[in-house]
Ligand binder design. Structure first.
Ligand SMILES: [Zn+2]
Ligand SMILES: [Zn+2]
Length: 134
């Protein structure tokens, strides 16, 4: 696995580096800038390869945790006493749920969570719940 991963990373960066570094002059400040650009490019390429592996692994783990609609829990984790959905593993894989977007409540904009942080025009009146803007 490690050799195979190392090989895929090498394959991902080798062709571009072989072309891009032919006759490269890497001296002094311009060279340092060029090397810095290569470091950024290489780290992005390696991250792409690793992120793809992580996404596949996450998908494989996810597929083991199946929702049982009638019981409203994870089939696998219910064997270990976790009778919630999403189960602890799925919550850990997916991260916290997105918070619901704030809704305009109307009235004084200072009392509205959706207006918070915005700069509504004077008189600072919230556009209200029928407003399109969030
Ligand atoms: Zn589970
Ligand atoms: Zn508002």
């Amino acid at each position: 696995m490690t050799d195979e991963l190392r090989q895929r990373i090498a394959d991902a960066i080798r062709p571009t580096m072989l072309m891009g570094l032919q006759d490269a002059e890497l001296f002094d400040a311009p060279g340092a800038e060029r090397i810095g650009e290569w470091v950024d490019w290489i780290s992005n390429k390696v991250t792409e390869v690793l992120q793809s592996d992580l996404d596949q692994l996450r998908g494989r783990i996810h597929s083991l945790h199946k929702y049982v609609p009638d019981a409203d829990y994870c089939d696998l984790c219910s064997n270990h006493g976790d009778i919630t959905w999403p189960c602890a593993t799925v919550r850990a894989l997916d991260g916290p749920p997105e918070p619901a977007p704030a809704v305009h409540v109307g009235g004084n904009a200072e009392d509205c969570p959706a207006c918070d942080g915005t700069n509504p025009p004077y008189l600072f009146i919230c556009p209200g719940p029928d407003s399109e803007e969030a």
